[in-house]
Each structure stands twice: as structure tokens, then as C-alpha cells.
Ligand binder design. Structure first.
Ligand code: S3P
Length: 447
């Protein structure tokens, strides 16, 4: 057990083996607490991700008047108050590092006659919120924010929001979800159009709780969603699948390190989340799926991943939404591929927990890799990685885990500072990696 996770040092190891149990899906975990809180009755959630981001949403829901308890068997009970039962919180809602938590909850508050102020950490306070607050204002909410639409944001919601007819410039599940959540109490049908389909966990879970939600993919690839307003949500248990975005790290680590052969059971296989698996397979990755099944309304499978020689490919822009959180670790995989990997249509990476195009590319270059980028693309040429550098996580969990993975194949160790941020999505990352054979060590040697 690592006693200090602030700075971790990653070096080569002899291959990963065994079973890697990644935690619950972050997106579905947030939604289970939020929609469970808006339902009538008690929702039991099993497999919840107990990471900092989800716990921030849990605390915010409690501050909004929902009782949420953690049971002895590990499950969570959400005692819903119905779609109009929330109360104004006495203190600002601090969502920490969580873009999903803050943006979805803004939608919830906008559609109720309550007022809440939202805040977050340094990273979240730099991220754009107007993409959410503008459509919510159009639905009737009164909103004030810091200059440039940044946190802190205060929202005075309305009991009878106008139905939305929102067309989003970007494929973003957070924007779409905020509008749909505000539309639950609207009198008419709310519609959201996005240029490509983003993850649809909100739509699936709304249906699971009894709402009427229709999705339609047009011939040109645009995605249309409509929610019938004045929805009544009824509690329904939720089994959270394991997170494909967290599975990405052991997957790539196993592909890259000789002699590796691991299984990663119970991974969510929603087609709007599996772009990285498709891409790694196209690159020559030995990934096999077995035991494909449906759990809690989401497709799930067990993965087996073995060390493979990868080859560079062009990753199509249309795939970006289905692997948006996986580009940092894909760029790490591409440093070990034979040839050039081009990723296009990835400008959204610039407004994540960090500017992920710049931070990933600069880190790879500092470690001795070959990479170039512009506003909307990144190109990595495979080759030797010297390592021997220190990378700052900059409050970005996926940056921290990506460079710890790069350290597994670099000549000299890679040190990553600020690894506490990994707790936002993958609290046991280092322990689980080492349990399968990795050599991650806390700086100072205290493992
Ligand atoms: C998420 C949506 C994505 C993703 C984030 C989780 C969600 O963000 O990057 O980690 O749970 O809705 P965008 O919707 O901004 O693309």
C-alpha cells in the first residue's frame, strides 16, 4: 500500500499479469446520485466509484436536501425527493475538480425554484461554463458568473423552465445532460442537437427511471435527443459497470510492456465509450472481449490484453467523442507504435482538466518523444523514450496516469508530481498497478 501518493516514480518492470479490477464508471456514478436524488423512492447503487469527483457530487446532492447513505455491504442508498423537492443549499456547492458534477448540477438547479452558487478547484475554475449556462439561461434561469463565464457561478432556477431547443457546437455529454436535467420540469419537450453523438448515459438512466427520451442519429451524423417534460422519475436500482476510461490505463500498460497478459473484467462497453478499444485494435493491439452481457441496462464485457507491437494509424475525427478522455493515454501508446499516429478533431481536449493537447505533447517531448500539434490535432511518431524527467499533473488525473504509464517503457524513470489528483477517478491506481507487477514507487521510497 502506498502511504504517500503526492509524487510517484514509474520505471520499467517485467510485465503485467493477473486480474485488474478497475473501479466503477465515473459518468454513470455521478448520474446515479443525481437522478436517484430526483426520483421518488430509494435507489440502491452498487459499484459506485468512490473517487473524489463523485464524492463531491454526493456532498452537493446532500447539501441540496437529498439523504444519501453508504451501507455496510458497500452499496449506496439515495433517498430521492422527487423532481421538485430540492432545497437551496446553505453554502456554496464546491465540486472540486469535477466538470461533470458541476455542469450536470447546474442543469438540475436551473430547473427548480432554488438558488445555488457553484465553485471548484483551480483547474475547474479555469474551465468554460458559458457553454452550459447560456442554454440554461434561455430556459429561464437567472445566472451570474465570473468574467468569461467561469466559476463561481450562481444560478437562480425556476419551477417552470421553458422547454429547450438547443443546438450545441460541440459533442458534449455535459452540455446535453445539463439541458436535459433542466428540462425534466419543463412543460414541453426539450431537444438537444449535437454534431456527433456524445455518451448517452443520461438518456439511458432517465429512461431507466421512467422518463420518455428519444434519440435519433441523422444521416449526416448529427445526434438529436428529446425529453418529454414534466417527467416523473421513479427510483430504480443501478449497477454501475467498471469504467472503460479507467481500464484504458492498464490496457495500454499491458500492450506496451513485454510479457504482459492481463484480464480486466466487467468493463462498460457502451459504443459511445469504446473508441479507444477500436483504435488500439486497429493499431494491432491484442485485445479480446469475452462474456459480453448487459448489466443494469449497459453493455459489459471482460477484456484480455496482451503485449503487442503497435502500428501508427490515422484516428478519425468522427471517433473523438467516443474516446475523448482517452487521447492522453493513446498518445502514450503511440510513442511505442511503429510509424505515425495522427489524431484529428480533438480541440475539446484543450478545455479539459488541463489543455490536454499541450500538456501531453510537451510531456512526451520532454521525455524524448517525437510529437507535434496544432489547435485541433496531435501527431506522434513512435520511437525511443529516454525518460528521466519530472512531469507535473497540473490537477489532471489522466495526465498523471498517462505519464506513469510512459515511465513503464522509458529508459530512465519518469517522476510525476501531484498524484493526489488520481483520486478523482481511480483511487487505487498505483496499488492495483503494482499488484499486477508494475514498479510505481512513492518519492522517498515509502511504499
Ligand atoms: C463526461 C463527458 C465528457 C468527458 C468527461 C465526462 C460526462 O465531457 O470528458 O470526463 O460524464 O458527461 P464533455 O461532455 O465536456 O465532452
Amino acid at each position: 500500500m502506498l502511504s504517500s501518493q503526492y509524487t510517484l516514480i514509474s520505471r520499467r518492470h517485467d510485465g503485467l499479469s493477473g486480474q485488474f479490477l478497475v473501479p466503477g464508471d465515473k459518468s454513470i456514478s455521478h448520474r446515479s446520485l443525481i437522478l436517484g436524488g430526483l426520483a421518488i423512492g430509494t435507489t440502491r447503487v452498487t459499484g459506485l466509484l468512490e473517487g473524489d469527483d463523485v464524492l463531491a457530487t454526493c456532498n452537493a446532492m446532500r447539501a441540496l436536501g437529498v439523504t444519501i447513505t453508504h451501507e455496510d455491504d458497500g452499496s449506496w442508498l439515495v433517498h430521492g425527493v422527487g423532481t421538485a423537492g430540492l432545497m437551496s443549499p446553505a453554502v456554496p456547492l464546491d465540486l472540486g475538480n469535477s466538470g461533470t458534477g458541476v455542469r450536470l448540477l447546474m442543469g438540475v438547479v436551473a430547473g427548480q425554484p432554488i438558488t445555488a452558487t457553484f465553485s471548484g478547484d483551480d483547474s475547474l475554475s479555469q474551465r468554460p461554463m458559458a457553454r452550459v449556462t447560456d442554454p440554461l439561461a434561455a430556459m429561464g434561469a437567472q445566472i451570474t458568473s465570473r468574467d468569461g463565464g467561469r466559476l463561481p457561478v450562481t444560478i437562480k432556477g425556476v419551477a417552470d423552465p421553458l422547454a429547450a431547443a438547443h443546438t450545441s457546437k460541440v459533442a458534449s455529454a455535459q452540455i446535453k445532460s445539463a439541458v436535459l436535467l433542466a428540462g425534466i420540469n419543463a412543460r414541453g419537450t426539450s431537444t438537444v442537437t449535437e454534431p456527433h453523438a456524445s455518451r448517452d448515459h443520461t438518456e439511458s438512466m432517465l429512461r431507466h427511471f421512467g422518463a420518455t427520451v428519444v434519440q435519433d442519429m441523422a444521416d449526416d451524423g448529427t445526434h438529436h435527443v428529446s425529453l418529454t417534460g414534466e417527467a416523473v422519475l421513479r427510483a430504480a436500482d443501478i449497477a454501475v459497470p467498471r469504467d472503460p476510461s479507467s481500464a484504458a490505463f492498464p490496457m495500454v500498460a499491458a500492450l506496451l510492456t513485454p510479457a504482459s497478459d492481463i484480464t480486466i473484467p466487467g468493463i462498460g462497453m457502451n459504443p459511445l465509450r469504446t473508441g479507444l478499444i477500436t483504435t488500439l485494435m486497429e493499431m494491432g493491439g491484442d485485445i479480446t472481449l469475452s462474456n459480453e452481457r448487459t448489466e443494469g441496462g449497459e453493455p459489459v464485457a471482460d477484456l484480455r490484453v496482451r503485449h503487442s507491437q503497435l502500428y501508427g494509424i490515422d484516428v478519425p475525427a468522427a471517433r473523438a467523442a467516443s474516446m475523448i478522455d482517452e487521447y492522453p493515454i493513446l498518445a502514450i501508446a503511440a510513442t511505442q507504435a511503429d510509424g505515425v499516429t495522427r489524431m484529428t478533431g480533438v480541440s475539446e481536449l484543450r478545455v479539459k482538466e488541463t489543455d490536454r493537447i499541450a500538456v501531453v505533447a510537451d510531456g512526451i517531448a520532454a521525455a524524448g518523444g517525437s510529437v507535434s500539434y496544432d489547435e485541433d490535432s496531435m501527431t506522434v511518431t513512435g520511437g525511443n523514450i529516454a525518460g528521466g524527467v519530472t512531469i507535473a499533473s497540473q490537477h489532471d488525473h489522466r495526465i498523471a496516469m498517462s505519464f506513469l504509464t510512459l515511465g513503464m517503457v522509458s529508459d530512465a524513470a519518469i517522476t510525476v508530481t501531484g498524484c493526489m489528483t488520481i483520486n478523482t477517478s481511480f483511487p487505487d491506481f498505483a496499488t492495483l498497478m503494482n499488484g499486477c507487477g508494475a514498479a510505481l514507487a512513492a518519492a522517498g521510497g515509502d511504499t
